[in-house]
Design a protein around this ligand. Structure first.
Ligand code: TYD
Length: 202
């Protein structure tokens, strides 16, 4: 179905995903590729409900899971699939691996979450898992002045990290240590894209 290039960046809060999404997008654009970046939860109605709930009180587990699935269905249909069909490089800040990790940490079976998603959500060509110890990630969140909201509790982040790391042997996944400078981590992501055959070797 897709002719484009589909890259997903994942990791616990504080690993620097949004910065790296922008740097990787600029790197592909400099090679003359047409790039689309996006994020989940989205800015659509379901995503907005989820973001609001982080501040106003978290939704019940089943309702929260349902909202992430509805948000993603809309994202795939309206944004991701059309961009891939148009041959673009699509780079996402979070995707269904976050649902496996975060809703998995909340008690759902990550394998079942994966199954529910893969019915409608295309597999990425490359999944980049930004990895950082929870204590360092927490420090970074603190140093940005963010409040540690409900999503960002230490213990549940540890469970999330382990679920992300459980994907390390998937053929499309690469774990990227990110306790280094922004530039160094960016270089690792570029190298991973080259090795996966998604960009010419430097
Ligand atoms: P985040 O990327 O941190 O957004 P922001 O930068 O606006 O805070 O995402 C918000 C939270 O949503 C994050 O803590 C992880 C959580 N999340 C899930 O629980 N399940 C999911 O499927 C996704 C995509 C995100």
């Amino acid at each position: 179905m897709s002719h484009g290039t589909f890259i997903v960046i994942e990791g616990i809060d504080g690993t620097g995903k949004s910065t790296q999404v922008q740097l990787l997008a600029a790197w592909f654009a400099a090679q003359g590729r047409e790039v689309l970046t996006s994020r989940e939860p989205t800015d659509g109605p379901w995503g907005k409900k989820l973001r609001d709930s982080a501040a106003s009180g978290r939704l019940a587990p089943a309702e929260e899971l349902e909202c992430f699935l509805k948000d993603r269905r809309q994202h795939v249909d309206e944004v991701i699939a059309p961009a891939l069909a148009a041959g673009k490089v699509v780079i996402l800040d979070r995707y269904y691996f976050s649902t496996m990790a975060y809703q998995g940490a909340r008690g759902f079976d990550p394998a079942e979450i994966r199954r529910l998603n893969e019915v409608f959500a295309p597999l990425p060509d490359l999944l980049l898992i930004l990895d950082l110890a929870v204590s360092s990630a927490h420090q970074r969140i603190g140093s940005r002045g963010d409040t540690a909201n409900e999503f960002e509790q230490r213990e549940s982040l540890e469970r999330c990290r382990q679920i992300f790391l459980s994907l390390k042997d998937e053929p499309f996944a690469r774990v990227i240590p990110c306790n280094d400078s922004i530039a160094e981590v960016a270089a690792r992501l570029q190298q991973a894209a080259c090795r996966a055959g998604l960009a010419p070797q430097a």
